[in-house]
Write a protein that binds this ligand. Structure first.
Ligand code: HEC
Ligand code: HEC
Ligand code: HEC
Ligand code: HEC
Ligand code: HEC
Length: 386
């Protein structure tokens, strides 16, 4: 018995020695494949040369990158739980699956259209990072993002908010139909008719990038828009974008599962010392644009008013919240510019922050849309067109 114990002790000492000699770094991985030409710094499919697996895959629990904690946070994010990973066809998989997103990255982000992804996974670690090929957790891309304009006469926009650029690769309007015909602010004559043939004539859901930078809404020609709110121009937000607020370090205890890779705000994202401070108590903040009521209260109320006006015109079906439009029974609107009210309704409703990202822009788009629908009819022809 004693002999066996001794043997085990020696065995352990030897093991310790081996580990000490290798610096506990673990087994060296195979060399990585060469990166794609012209895709500086991005190696795909392959392990970085000399990568030490145990840097991240520790035999116990790694405390270098705290991957287990990050995975735990991510698993409560809507990225993990949203369930829309089944949107896996060519026009959808580029944002709704990790595999599709990687394909876009490989192909230089030229398009959102990719191959159909079967058995795909939702936006996960290997969408936003490329840890095996890069041996670190740098973001897959932080290049500025071109956002296609779907409003006639409005040029494409460039979103450039540092780390947040990664988010806006997906959190932007999608380029597929049915975005035709384009809404056109200059079509204000009663003879200008727009014919909408789809009940889903709207920009996509995650239009947060456009809202933050103050673009992508329909601006009526006879209304004066006064610009954006503070979040659009704040220096820190310009550098870190979405990440500044949605991925704040979880602080204190009892704050709920927010911050980090959960992407949930709670209030941690607002309470940063350099921003609203620790006494900040609600995302429904009454800033200059909407005081004395909070931004979210004001946007919710105006969205509801606009919705009622769209229902009253028989454009919106209240049961489905979709347009009463199809190819067999199209919706005709004259003057065509009034359709901008529909566009703005969906733009702001789908955006989700209820004014937090850019209170002034959201508020004025809603106020102008409401004013446009309430404007007295200018002619018998317009009355007939209703
Ligand atoms: C820079 C950090 C890092 C290094 C170094 C690293 N990995 Fe990983 N690896 C990850 C992460 C992150 C995941 C995903 C973990 C998760 O899903 O929670 C992962 C997942 C894996 C998986 C599971 C894949 C799957 O689809 O479930 C395997 C297998 C793996 N790594 C092998 C290796 C090998 C072999 C090496 C060394 C050659 C290595 N890793 C080096 C970060 C790393
Ligand atoms: C690969 C594309 C992709 C990237 C990159 C991405 N997202 Fe998302 N995000 C999605 C999708 C898709 C959903 C909806 C998931 C679902 O419903 O299945 C989503 C959902 C969310 C939600 C929840 C929205 C809600 O309705 O509650 C937040 C918040 C969010 N993302 C923030 C971010 C932030 C912040 C970043 C950047 C750090 C980011 N996302 C990067 C695709 C992406
Ligand atoms: C440019 C990236 C992108 C493309 C392409 C894309 N989506 Fe999305 N989609 C998103 C993001 C980001 C969200 C999350 C928005 C949110 O939850 O605030 C989302 C959310 C959704 C939702 C959930 C809406 C809700 O109410 O929660 C559905 C459904 C959806 N997408 C369907 C599709 C379909 C179908 C396609 C293909 C025709 C598609 N998406 C293509 C980025 C994209
Ligand atoms: C939607 C995009 C997104 C997804 C999905 C995502 N990350 Fe991240 N990750 C980020 C961003 C952005 C940062 C930088 C956060 C910051 O600066 O505060 C980051 C930071 C990190 C860091 C810290 C890096 C450092 O150098 O300190 C680690 C580690 C990490 N992520 C691991 C993971 C793991 C593991 C997963 C999967 C479970 C994952 N990430 C999924 C976007 C993402
Ligand atoms: C100034 C801080 C801030 C910045 C910057 C910011 N967000 Fe938000 N975001 C918020 C707050 C606050 C909410 C509202 C959360 C709530 O009401 O619970 C929100 C809401 C959202 C929602 C809707 C969530 C839901 O539950 O429906 C999404 C999606 C989102 N943000 C994504 C983004 C993306 C993508 C970016 C970058 C383009 C971004 N955000 C930039 C603070 C921010």
């Amino acid at each position: 018995m004693k002999v066996i114990t001794k043997a085990i002790t020696i065995g352990f000492s030897l093991l310790t020695l081996v580990l000490l000699q290798t610096g506990c770094e673990g087994v060296e991985g195979p060399p990585g494949q060469a990166g794609k030409d012209g895709n500086a710094g991005v190696d795909f499919e392959g392990f970085a040369p000399g990568i030490k697996c145990a840097t991240c895959h520790d035999s116990e629990q790694d405390t270098t990158y705290n991957l287990a904690g990050r995975r735990y946070q991510w698993s409560s994010s809507k990225h993990a739980t949203g369930g829309h990973v089944e949107r896996n066809t060519t026009t959808c998989a580029g944002c709704h699956t990790t595999e599709g997103f990687q394909q876009r990255s490989r192909e230089g982000w030229v398009t959102q259209v990719v191959n159909q992804v079967d058995n795909g996974s939702p936006p996960g670690c290997f969408a936003c990072h490329s840890p095996h090929a890069r041996n670190n957790f740098s973001r897959r891309s932080e290049e500025p993002v071109t956002i296609t304009s779907f409003i006639e006469g409005v040029p494409d926009a460039t979103f450039d908010y540092g780390e947040g650029n990664l988010c806006v690769r997906c959190h932007q309007t999608r380029t597929s139909s049915p975005m035709s015909p384009k809404p056109d602010p200059t079509k204000t004559a009663i003879t200008d008719t727009i014919v909408i043939t789809s009940s889903r004539w709207y920009p996509h859901y995650g239009v947060n990038g456009q809202m933050l930078m103050g673009t992508g809404g329909f601006e009526f020609v006879n209304f004066t828009y006064t610009g954006n709110s503070h979040h659009t121009i704040n220096t820190t937000i310009r550098e870190e974008g979405c990440v500044k607020c949605h991925m704040a370090e979880p602080i204190g205890s009892g704050g709920g599962a927010v911050g980090g890779h959960t992407m949930w705000i709670g209030l941690t994202g607002c309470r940063d010392a350099g921003c609203h401070g620790s006494s900040f108590s609600s995302t429904d903040y009454a800033g200059a644009t909407t005081a004395p009521v909070g931004a979210q209260t004001a946007i919710t109320a105006n969205l509801d008013t606009l919705r009622q006006l769209l229902i009253a015109r028989n454009w919106l079906n209240p049961a489905t919240d979709l347009l009463r439009a199809s190819s067999s029974a199209p919706l005709r609107i004259a003057p065509a510019a009034k359709a901008g009210a529909i566009y703005n309704y969906f733009f702001i409703e789908h955006e989700g922050s209820l004014g937090v990202h850019n209170t002034r822009y959201a508020y004025e788009l809603l106020r102008s849309s409401i004013a446009e629908l309430r404007a007295p009819v200018s002619s018998i022809a317009e009355l007939r067109a209703r």
